[in-house]
Ligand binder design. Structure first.
Ligand SMILES: [Zn+2]
Length: 408
């Protein structure tokens, strides 16, 4: 347990900075800048996720609350400068307490509905986004646990972030002779053109062309049952795309898109997304907002409840789905990187409605940027589309290939 060491070091640092030469050292900013700027609570694929954002890297300490079932999140060296969390109860969290200042640390009580342990806790570096740079983030995912595991986990305070690797669930056992069902989802269509390139070409056309090329290649292997959410230029609601994948008990759902940034011709490259309530960065958050708008073009505004319903459905059973989605997204990113330029931090997460099936591993591929001339040329060439389709199919093969080997 490294907690006392970290704590002592931080306290020492703060004491040192506060009393001696505060302006003479380049890292005095630590003392000035230690502010919590945001606290978010939400569900992330069955886990209860707490995201702390601060002006500097966050070290935290999580300990059992001696007053009852719950935890105390201690943030050494950080001052509270955040608005109250918008969500005060979600998932395993019954309530968030008000921040309390104790000596050189801020503490927040987290009341729990049932015993829980930390599934993972990791840091996200600041990201530049359309809304400006984000702060440093600490993401804490909690999962339910039996009382004994809870007691053992918090017998002593836990230092966060955890250094342990995230465990990856093995793919579900499937009879080796069963064809895997892949649902491919060409983004947009019909009255919804999606993003539009500088020269006036439509995202909906490129997503359909690339997806058809993928379907052709997948079918040619003889190993997959391939279903498309649309195979021509027509409008399909986001909720209906999700429902189709669930109805067919798909083994994998891949939504294909291309983005465009107004006034930005430089940004280019592919990126891969999984679903998370709390976005990995502001770019991803903004992208999910753009993509989620597709349903506003529907004839009537009937299906507004998809997210709520799915949030309720996202229970523990979906944890494996989330892990499998993450695993596939990793393979897809790796496969794409052999083929085309990737965006920096190409593997991201945000709250995409189309990725909300709780029981189907799902990922969203952004092929590139129609606002970038290089990407546009690539995406609208047959050779480029074939390369992209081949890379996606290689990732799908790898995703299921490991599965088949494991069974033998
Ligand atoms: Zn799109």
């Amino acid at each position: 347990m490294t907690t006392p060491g970290i704590l002592i070091k931080q306290l020492f640092l703060l004491a040192f900075l506060g009393t001696i030469l505060p302006a003479a050292l380049p890292w005095t900013a630590v003392a000035d800048d230690g502010r919590v700027t945001r606290l978010q609570l939400g569900l992330n694929a069955g886990l209860t996720r707490l995201v702390v954002e601060a002006s500097g890297p966050i070290d935290a300490e999580l300990s059992a609350n001696s007053d009852g079932l719950g935890l105390i999140l201690g943030l050494p060296g950080l001052r509270w400068a955040a608005p109250p969390a918008q969500t005060r109860a979600a998932g395993l969290v019954a309530a968030l307490g008000l921040p309390v200042r104790h000596d050189e640390r801020t503490e927040i009580a987290i009341d729990l509905i049932e015993p829980a342990v930390v599934e993972r806790a990791f840091r996200l570096e600041p990201q530049n986004g359309p809304l400006g740079p984000s702060g440093h983030r600490l993401v804490i995912d909690l999962r339910p646990a039996d009382p004994q595991a809870y007691a053992e986990a918090f017998a002593a305070a836990i230092a966060l972030p955890l250094q342990t690797a995230v465990d990856i669930a093995p793919p579900p056992a499937v009879a080796a002779d069963r064809k895997r069902t892949i649902v491919l989802d060409p983004g947009h269509g019909g009255q919804d053109p999606g993003a539009i390139s500088a020269s006036g070409r439509h995202e909906k056309d490129i997503t359909l062309a690339v997806t058809l090329a993928m379907a052709h290649r997948l079918r040619a292997t003889g190993r997959y049952h391939v279903i498309l959410t649309r195979d021509r230029d027509r409008f399909v609601r986001l909720g209906d795309r999700v429902a189709l994948a669930r109805r067919h008990e798909a083994d994998l759902f891949l939504s294909v898109h291309a983005d465009s940034l107004r006034g930005d011709r430089a940004t280019r490259g592919a990126s891969v997304y999984t679903r998370a309530d709390a976005a990995s960065d502001l770019d991803a958050e903004a992208l999910a907002l753009r993509e989620n708008r597709a349903d506003q073009l529907a004839d009537s505004a009937a299906d507004t409840d998809v997210d709520d319903v799915v949030s309720i459905l996202l229970d523990l059973a979906s944890r494996d789905t989330a892990r499998l989605s993450g695993r596939f997204a990793g393979l897809l990113t790796a496969s794409m990187s052999d083929t085309i330029a990737l965006r920096r931090n190409a593997l991201r997460a945000a709250n995409f409605r189309v990725l909300s099936a709780p029981d189907v591993p799902s990922a969203l591929l952004e092929l590139g940027y129609l606002s970038n001339p290089g990407d546009e040329a690539l995406l609208f060439s047959e050779a480029g589309r074939n390369k992209l389709a081949a890379a996606a199919v290689a990732a799908i093969d790898r995703f299921f290939g490991a599965d088949m080997q494991a069974e033998r």
